[in-house]
Ligand binder design. Structure first.
Ligand code: AGP
Length: 607
């Protein structure tokens, strides 16, 4: 996910774009750049690093009436000066947020037409494609022609040396809004970018373009139909804007999960075959059929994702999976060998223990796959193969959207390996891929019931201890729910397999302590019901999160929260969301800094 902005007007476009980029830095911050019209041509300044590094490249005396800017979250091409936006061709200059799924095909076509590529980005195909059409047609038509060739998600702000008093915005599956002030016009990924200057906003819809000149703006659809849409006035304050209107990054990232999961899926499913695209995991041919064991090693929340992955892979691929904490694996004389696949799961790609484990496995000859969110991170660069989550920057220390994207990544991996090993028939594979494509909308449905969780948090925020219990594939989700609560509310919480309760934890049950049960449809639910009765028989307080397919009455529960039905392997994704919200609202009620909890760091880069 990246932040883009363009300004055309009487103000100092360079200054405005730089200040707007700072408001968008939460969207990505591994490199940045600005292009501005200097009266005769466009000048471009761009670099790896933060926006403050970019500012150092721009003389404060510079002024312009037209500028575009970009702050990057790398998806294709490592963070580097030459991969930073804006990208340009002969006359066209643009910034892009999104992922172009067919960029390799287009790159080949444009190269054969003589266009020179200087970056590893998918974005560069867009600028040369528009250039190609712009040779024979005005900018607006050239942009429209080009959008017809692009598959994927793209928000663009496009300018041209030929018409330096025009700015064209494009919205397709990536956000783009227009701001209108007395002095000029803004196009940006998000309202915060221009809130300092105006609260008058025109929201573009998908497959729409905005054509902006000093005399005004027009909105047209990709098929050329003009749309009349008046500005609305948003009631945001500038301070709220840094988090896209949310009170905390953590809440924003919880709410981003429908789109972050969609971005993890984007380009990974071959819709014509309804099968996982093997190229997306970058695994050599034959590897998935030749390995005889999978190791999954990670820390914290990522380790919980690995535990869920074990259930998926062993059940679907019938191959043994060993899941280990990286801090344990790295010091154990492990029995890893050439025939093993070694998977590390790491949001940051910089966790010291995970990197050490990955290096040890590689030294012992295992093939290493990194499931990672940060492009160009150490884990991603050193692994033999990498699967990027594309869930966008996760700022909040407590991992939320990365966790659900990790689960989706493991689900896709399991289906790919199950197909390769002949362990799944095409009809089940098709159904399971349909199921995962429906998850973003189901997560949206859970988020719409946020107020129920906020009310639950009000009732339990003074509890001193929590127990989270789940069976089977929901046991790791119980661990994750407990970790979320610990991390941001500092309440002691333990996750446990529900079947283990009688082997010790039941001694903790009293009238004060809430026990959270996760109940999945299927035969195991009856055993969880017995566990619930054992808790309430001792005066314990029970909160139940269950699939809507669990229809049995649970009269002794104080709260029951239903998540939409899905297949057994995707229930952890839907169950995680209300548990994230419960931890968040309890942490907020206790008045803690949920984005930067005490003693914690976003990435534990030291032992
Ligand atoms: C999760 O909420 C924590 N922030 C922490 O457990 C985290 O998952 C762990 O440090 C691993 O980080 P990584 O995924 O970046 O490797």
């Amino acid at each position: 996910m990246c932040g883009i902005i363009g300004y055309l007007g009487k103000g100092n476009a360079i200054d405005i774009v730089l200040r707007g980029l700072k408001r968008l830095e939460y969207r990505g911050y591994d490199s940045a750049g600005v292009a501005f019209f200097n009266g005769g041509d466009f000048e471009i300044r761009r670099c790896k690093g933060k926006i403050r590094d970019l500012e150092a490249l721009i003389q404060v005396s510079l002024n312009s009436n037209l500028a575009v800017g970009h702050t990057r979250w790398a998806t294709h091409g490592v963070p580097a000066d030459h991969n930073a936006h804006p990208h340009c061709s002969d006359s066209v200059v643009l910034v892009h947020n999104g992922i172009i799924e067919n960029y390799l095909v287009l790159k080949e076509e444009l190269t054969s037409l003589g266009y020179q590529f200087t970056s590893e980005t998918d974005t560069e195909v867009i600028v040369h494609l528009i250039e190609h059409f712009h040779r024979d047609m005005p900018l607006e038509e050239a942009v429209r022609e080009a959008t017809g060739r692009l598959h994927g998600a793209f928000a663009l702000v496009v300018v041209s040396r030929k018409t330096p008093d025009m700015m064209v915005g494009v919205r397709k599956d990536s956000p783009l809004v227009m701001g209108i002030s007395e002095d000029g016009y803004f196009l940006a990924s998000d309202v915060p970018a221009f809130l300092e200057w105006t609260r008058r906003v025109v929201f573009l819809e998908d497959s729409e373009m905005a054509v902006v000149t000093p005399d005004g703006y027009r909105i047209v659809t990709f098929d050329g139909r003009e749309v009349h849409r008046s500005p609305t006035t948003v009631d945001w304050t500038a301070s709220m804007a840094d988090k896209g209107g949310y009170r905390h990054y953590m809440l924003k990232e919880i709410h981003e999960q429908p789109s972050s999961i969609a971005n993890t899926l984007r380009g990974r499913i071959d819709l014509s075959r309804m099968a996982v695209n093997p190229g997306e995991f970058m695994l050599p041919d034959g590897l998935l059929t030749s390995i005889n064991r999978v190791f999954i090693v990670a820390c914290g929340t990522s380790w919980h994702a690995g535990l869920v992955g074990k259930y998926m892979i062993e059940s679907l691929c019938r191959i043994p999976v060993e899941v280990d904490l990286a801090s344990e694996f790295r010091y154990r004389r492990s029995l890893i060998s050439r025939g093993d696949l070694f998977v590390v799961i790491t949001q940051s790609g910089e966790t010291a223990d995970t990197l050490a484990a990955q290096r040890e496995a590689k030294r012992q000859g295992a093939f290493t796959l990194s499931i990672c969110n940060v492009i160009g991170s150490s884990s991603a660069r050193e692994a033999d193969a990498v699967f990027y989550l594309h869930s966008g920057p996760e700022i909040g220390v407590a991992s939320t959207k990365a966790f659900t994207s990790q689960l989706v990544a493991l689900y896709l991996f399991s289906l790919l390996m199950a197909e390769a090993r002949g362990q799944i028939d095409s009809s089940l594979r098709r159904q399971m891929l349909q199921d995962v494509m429906g998850i973003p909308e189901k997560v949206e449905g859970v988020l719409k019931r946020e107020s129920e969780i906020e009310e639950m948090a009000r009732r339990y925020s003074n509890s001193k201890d929590f127990l989270y219990l789940g069976r089977g594939i929901l046991y790791p989700v119980a661990l994750e729910g407990a970790l979320k609560l610990k991390e941001i509310s500092y309440i002691h919480a333990e996750g446990y397999p529900a079947g283990e309760m009688k082997h010790g934890p039941i001694a903790l049950i009293d009238e004060q302590m809430p026990t959270v049960f996760l109940v999945q449809a299927g035969e195991l639910r009856r055993k969880v019901f017995s566990n619930i009765e054992e808790v309430t028989a001792r005066g314990g307080r029970v909160i139940v999160f269950k699939s809507e397919d669990v229809r049995d009455p649970i009269p002794s529960a104080e709260h029951i929260f239903e998540v939409p039905r899905t297949n057994e392997f995707l229930e952890p994704v839907l169950m995680a969301v209300p548990l994230q919200l419960l931890a968040y609202y309890i942490g907020v009620r206790k008045g803690y800094d949920v984005d930067q909890p005490r003693n914690l760091a976003k990435s534990v880069t030291v032992e």
